[in-house]
Design a protein. Sequence first.
Length: 293
Amino acid sequence: MVSARHDRTIGTLCLGVTAFGWALNWPLIKLLLQQWPPLFARGLAGICASLILGALVLGRKESFAVPREAVPRLLFATFTNVFAWMGLGTVAMKYVTVSEGALLAYTMPIWAMLFAWPVLHTRPAARDIFGLVLGIAGVTLLLSGNGFAFGADKLLGIVLALLCAILFALGNVLNRKPLPMPPLVVVAWQVGLGCAAMLILGVLFERPDITAMTPLGLGCFVYMTLVPMGICYVTWFETLRRLPPTTASTGMLIVPVIGMISAAIILGEPLGLREWMAMALTLGGVTLALQRG
């Protein structure tokens, strides 16, 4: 009994560290993108983070070996979990606000629920449909600020943010069976491979100016490298080890909330009644989708 209570306490603390670390990354990415282009910035930070994760793997004396039969699944998971989620999501942040980007990205459980119907033959219940309606209503309300008068850049950002959520959800449904490797090894491979692809594309097509980095930008880069892609992965695995998966996933809905509040404080982004109502509707729909477990 005492051990179970201790596990829940540690798990809850790890969940809080993970949520806050990932949430604060949203406004800091916006600051970093004022100096470096998205694929280059995220790719370079990810390569550095993968080296840190690799050092943790070595410290645990775990093997980097990838079974041959697991290679296709690892590459597919790398595409959906890293290149699509991190890469497309970061590019989207050039064109949308943190509120828009965070809420659109966190519609992922709703899309996963829809994909589960044809792929896993899991028919959505009335609760799931209600969650979908709430999610769509929340996103619609959030994007209605200017009467849906989007410029080309804003529309591109919305499409990319939705695409990152949809592809991440598809990956979660199709790749449900865990890879036969320790979790930290899986993340080190995925972050390393996915971010290497981003970095190559960034160097080839974005033509980054390395000298454009200021001390503020450097601080954002160091944070993105060490915290969300380093410390938070370790605390997330501890969360999953100590708390039920549905509890952990539902708890992570605090990420867009903290992200939106911190963006209002750090970037001066609007956070009025419309944003709060949109957040309540969207996250209410996501919570219903997550309850399927």
